[in-house]
Design a protein around this ligand. Structure first.
Ligand code: FAD
Ligand code: NAP
Length: 317
């Protein structure tokens, strides 16, 4: 039997089977029963499906949120990320509020080290518990062992099934408002005000996956050396530039795509969101091939105009 793979892009593709798991016992039993190729799918909000999945997809069903001490909490992979953020804000715990309204599951959050409004999951993840089907072991990764980077972690390179994530949150106020318009909208900077402001800004800019298919930002922001950035700035004085690391600058991929003339444009059934050029959208009935053709055309034009390569952030399946 074939199962339709749920994904927020709304692309049609199937898997041989999709099997729920709460813990390693479930995964072990599934591996014994089915063997073969496997993968993991959460809420499908960071994938582009270009073909059917010939194998078993594991989907997290565990929904426990287990406080360990007043500022530490262990959360099962199947919990919706934004439910966890709401939970932490309601208890006066700091650290996740800037990451409000990001779609997806808690189990996926460490995979690409989700980030927004100057915050990243890496700053609150204490450890990750994952099942490795190759060694048949449950492994615990400290924050350091997760090898977090910009939209990156060890879980992008080594296929494992994240079972739980333990977060260490803050009990003293630590508002982070120095990002874009956040300060303007976040009132006195309480936890609830920050969460509400982030949600309102996101709702005003980003497509609602219920209404239009997307996977959020399709590309990562490119990092270039200072000399390359200075050359570009001389040619494009309004180009946004941010310090990334000593000798390196981050460019805004959305700005590059906009200036390359792609904002709001379509190629077949896939298009570039008119409100945020970093987001590719399904205009209706798009296939993975339609989306990838648009992505390639954008990458080519950005490279030709700016000499900058933009890499995909989404997972191409
Ligand atoms: P999926 O899309 O199901 O999976 C993503 C990857 O993680 C896959 O490779 C999958 O195999 C793997 N994976 C999933 N669960 C597990 C698990 N339990 N164990 C091991 N591997 C697993 N991202 C940001 O960083 N910041 C944003 O602000 C942001 N905004 C977004 C806005 C919109 C409108 C959309 C559609 C997406 C946005 N995203 C953003 C991307 C996406 O929400 C995140 O990457 C999210 O963490 C994906 O969660 P998911 O459960 O949907 O993962
Ligand atoms: P924005 O605020 O219009 O900013 C545009 C770009 O400039 C972003 O890419 C951001 O980089 C960068 N930027 C802005 N202010 C910055 C600062 N003070 N320091 C460093 N970099 C800065 O972006 P937006 O589209 O409305 O998104 C708001 C936030 O939500 C961003 O953090 C974005 O990453 C996140 N988001 C992520 C996704 C996703 O799927 N990954 C989707 C939607 C929104 P950064 O991206 O590095 O922050």
């Amino acid at each position: 039997m074939n199962y339709k793979i749920f994904n927020t892009f709304g692309i049609e593709a199937h898997a041989e089977r999709i099997v729920g798991f709460a813990d390693a016992v479930d995964l072990r039993a599934s591996r014994e029963a089915f063997g073969g190729t496997w993968g993991v799918i959460g809420a499908g909000s960071n994938i582009v499906l270009t073909k059917d999945f010939e194998g078993t997809l594991f989907h997290p069903t565990g929904l426990a949120v287990e406080p360990l001490q007043n500022d530490r909490v262990r959360v099962q992979a199947g919990v919706i990320w934004d439910d966890f953020v709401a939970w932490s804000v309601a208890r006066g715990l700091w650290g996740a509020e800037n990451l409000s309204h990001i779609p997806g599951t808690v189990g996926a959050a460490p995979v690409q080290n989700i980030g927004a409004y100057g915050a990243e999951a890496a700053s609150i993840v204490e450890s990750v518990e994952a099942y490795d089907p190759v060694s048949d072991k449950v492994l615990t990764f400290s924050n350091k062992a997760c090898e977090f980077g910009y939209r990156d972690s060890i879980f992008k390179r080594q296929l494992m099934v994240i079972l739980t994530v333990t977060f260490k949150l803050g009990t003293t106020p630590n508002p982070r408002l120095d990002y874009g318009d956040l300060r303007k909208h976040a009132g006195g900077g309480s936890l609830k005000e920050i969460r509400d402001a982030v949600i309102a800004i996101r709702r005003s800019k980003l497509p609602d996956p219920e209404e239009q298919g997307s996977a959020g930002s399709f590309f990562k922001n490119p990092i270039v050396c200072d000399a390359h950035a200075a050359g570009l700035r001389a040619k494009y004085p309004d180009m946004p530039l941010y310090d990334a690391a000593p000798g390196l600058k981050k460019l805004a991929a959305g700005w590059l795509i906009d200036r390359a003339g792609w904002k709001g444009r379509a190629l077949g059934r896939a298009g570039v969101h008119p409100g945020q050029a970093l987001v590719l959208v399904n205009l209706g009935g798009a296939t993975g091939a339609d989306v990838m053709a648009l992505a390639s055309a954008i990458q080519k034009d950005v490279h030709e105009q700016f000499g900058v390569s933009i890499e995909t952030e989404v997972n191409i399946w």
